[in-house]
Design a protein around this ligand. Sequence first.
Ligand code: ADP
Length: 496
Amino acid sequence: MTQDPTIPLRAALAQAPAQQFIDGDFRTPCGDGLIDILDPATGALLSQASAGEAADIDAAVKAARQAFDDGRWSGLPPARRQDMLLKLADLVAADADALALTESLDNGMPLMMAKMGGVMGAVGMLRYFAGWATKLGGETITPSWPGEWLGYTRREAVGVVGAITPWNFPLVMAVGKLAAALAAGCTVVLKPAEQAPLSAMRLARLVAEAGFPAGVVNIVTGYGHQAGAALVAHPGVDKISFTGSTLVGQQILRESAATMKRVTLELGGKSPTFIFGDADLERAIPAAAMGIFGNAGQVCAAGSRLFVHTSVFDRVAEGLTARAQSLRVGPGTDPATEMGPLISARQRDRVASYIEAGREAGVSLLAGGNTKGDAGYFIEPTILLEPGADLSVSREEIFGPVLCLMRFGDDDLDTIAARGNDSQYGLSSAIWTQDITRAHKLANRLRAGTVRINGSGPPDPALPLGGFKASGFGRENGRAGLEIYTELKTVTVALT
Ligand code: ADP
């Protein structure tokens, strides 16, 4: 009989020293504060991470500053930076099984999601942005001044980047920011989420093995209000790249003003999906279910508001209810699991309190609505039937497996779009219809950073990602996602 692969990993994690990765070395933290890292499927202690303090952040920022200022990274030939990123990609790919298991244990997500979306997603990010290292460039522009002139622009690395990442897809979020910043020539201090930092610390070992110059990548674990806040306040940091809640994003934006940091924010969402009467329901129903129950709804672009044309409403409602009731909910490391636990007791209770508020307002449920099991932080896949548009369940980001299901009639596209746009958020959206004109007209009317028509794949590093309105500031991925790590410099030369 083969041994349960989580047993040796759990043993290693239980014994792993709580260290910080600073200036190319694993260091003993400045303070002795520790964060308990819990297994969300059981609530049991998995490991302990250092509760990094301002002094740890200061050491990391100084190392990153030195590494940026002396040009040991930004001054390398671009092809050399590309090679280093490709090497890290190979090391991450070679460590895929252990990294995915670490992620699944720590975050609770199904192992297959940790492997494909997480680890292989991270490898894709590294390979994609590696290619940009050699392609980053400016333009030649002729000024309309008397005489003969040469004008051109340069894209220069913005400097030291503070990357602050959430717990919902810990590895790929961290690697996405690292890959783009490093390709642009920046140096980085990464502060992973306190709830799930284990894959980032494993990544630190691979960064060390890849042979990046000391100080180019630093990883400091800690709480948001301590290590995270210290990073945002530090004058040695030029840019903050943050993914997380809108509330913290707003706080970071305010705090960054004092030192005039550049800021990119990927924040919350309450993304609408529209299923029209002519949609291919065989595909639309499972996609809508995956869109809200995937990763237990802990996805910033989760399709949490579903609008269905009245002619197919009953079929869609039945299909979704059947899916919600049959979804196998369990520990992420069980290969049969389709939906894992939520990240923490706090998050489970938060989600449960939204459902409760809906119930109290008289909303009926088509499926779920309860916590599940005695141990761990499970919530049943839940569908709320036509909650009022002004209720908290309809307006706020729940970040759990809770779908608001609404119907629409033969309204015009402006009216339909207005219902979708009736939100402080504008991250993502989805449209299901065979009518291509309708699809594109609605796409134009939606105030969202992404519109998916008749399906979509996993996040692609080439596709810009980000939000309108309270969903964010700036874009990650694609060329836009590289340029956020640069300053644009204009150079003019008198040729007369
Ligand atoms: P979530 O609601 O998903 O936990 P948060 O926005 O609270 O999202 O956290 C996302 C990341 O931001 C985490 O790494 C967290 O530690 C960090 N963070 C939280 N508060 C602050 C803060 N005041 N300053 C900087 N980072 C913070």
